[in-house]
Write a protein that binds this ligand. Structure first.
Ligand SMILES: NC(=O)c1ccc[n+]([C@@H]2O[C@H](COP(=O)([O-])OP(=O)(O)OC[C@H]3O[C@@H](n4cnc5c(N)ncnc54)[C@H](OP(=O)(O)O)[C@@H]3O)[C@@H](O)[C@H]2O)c1
Length: 308
């Protein structure tokens, strides 16, 4: 396993995402978490909204059962998305009191005294950044949160936080072999083709310059939770290349897909959402594989992309 520093927190390159554990048997989740820990994963990703709060609750129970000392793992969760009783997202809310109440509720559900990293889940356009700074200061002073990060934020939105002296240590963004807006425009600067249109601005470069770790979410999905592209017959060209690389590097095709993300210098971490112990092993193996530059570009081009 590889590790990176999120502020002064040492965090694994593979993060075990817990968004899909709510409808799985507890024993299965415990096996997955155990497998992750065995492979060197020390960081776990949650959000207050996952499973309507059930994911945090189940994670708390599983970690209690696994009897791992709290200081031995990094707990990351998110706040700022509000849903109605039907589970529909109705607003994003970064107001001072809402952030504080979210953290109190997460701490209870997670059965812990502190959160290592708190991420703002999705940008609230009505953000008053001074309020966020005040809330963060209170949380840090009270020892309830050690460090802060964001998710799905642009460079400009991170600049607003920086203006208030907020130290952002991570930005969690969707990124995979079939979701590449963060790099497409950078490879096609100043061209007339659509691919040259920047959908993420200079978020990637901003993160590198400011030492903010990019964490890739949904690393095996195409679209917005549409399904897994590895082994999917709708993506024959990409899968042919993944299979060839898997043979070359002596690993599973899904391992190659994760190693491809980690080969990019900006993406320090991948958040896997697997709920299977066997798949967790494949995900973790990626941290020990370094794709060559040539192979990285071959995979990028495999689905039919071109370079200018
Ligand atoms: N910040 C955000 O806005 C945001 C949004 C979405 C997600 N996230 C975070 O990112 C994490 C990952 O998201 P995700 O679950 O959509 O990503 P993912 O890891 O790309 O997808 C996981 C799904 O792929 C399946 N899968 C099929 N073959 C697999 C293989 N060979 N290896 C691994 N998984 C395989 C898994 O099934 P099995 O369980 O059977 O392996 C699972 O259903 C979440 O848990 C959450 O923590 C963050």
């Amino acid at each position: 396993m590889k590790y990176c520093n999120l502020g002064d927190i040492r965090s694994s390159a593979i993060i075990a995402g817990c968004m899909r554990i709510a409808d799985k048997p507890l024993l299965q989740t415990e096996k997955v978490l155990f497998e992750a820990l065995r492979a060197g994963v020390n960081t776990f990703d949650l959000a207050d909204v996952y499973g309507g709060g059930d994911c945090e609750r189940i994670f708390g129970v599983a970690m209690r059962d696994l009897e791992l000392p709290r200081k031995d793992y990094v707990l990351q969760t998110k706040c700022g998305i509000r849903k109605n009783e039907d589970g529909k997202i109705v607003l994003f809310d970064f107001s001072h009191d809402y952030i504080l109440s979210c953290v109190e509720n997460s701490l209870k559900r997670l059965n812990t005294e502190y959160i290592d990293i708190l991420l703002l889940h999705r940008p609230d356009t009505l953000i008053v950044e001074e309020e966020v700074a005040r809330a963060f200061e209170t949380l840090q002073t009270e020892g309830k949160v050690r460090a802060f990060g964001v998710s799905n934020f642009s460079a400009g939105q991170m600049r607003l936080l920086k203006k208030e002296g907020i130290n952002v240590v991570a930005n969690q963004m969707q990124f995979s072999l079939l979701h590449t807006p963060m790099i497409d425009a950078g490879l096609n600067v100043n061209m007339y083709e659509d691919v040259s249109v920047s959908r993420a601005g200079d978020t990637l470069e901003y993160c590198r310059v400011n030492n903010i770790a990019l964490q890739a979410w949904s690393p095996l999905q195409y679209g917005f939770f549409k399904g897994v592209f590895v082994g999917n017959e709708n993506y024959p060209l990409l899968n042919a290349e993944l299979n060839a690389m898997a043979e070359k590097y002596g690993c599973a095709p899904s391992t190659v897909a994760i190693a491809w993300i980690l080969r990019h210098p900006a993406f320090k971490q991948v958040v896997t959402g697997t709920t299977s112990p066997e798949h967790m092993q494949e995900m973790c193996a990626a941290a020990d594989i370094e794709l060559s530059k040539e192979d990285w570009y071959k995979l990028y081009l495999a689905p039919g992309r071109t370079l200018p």
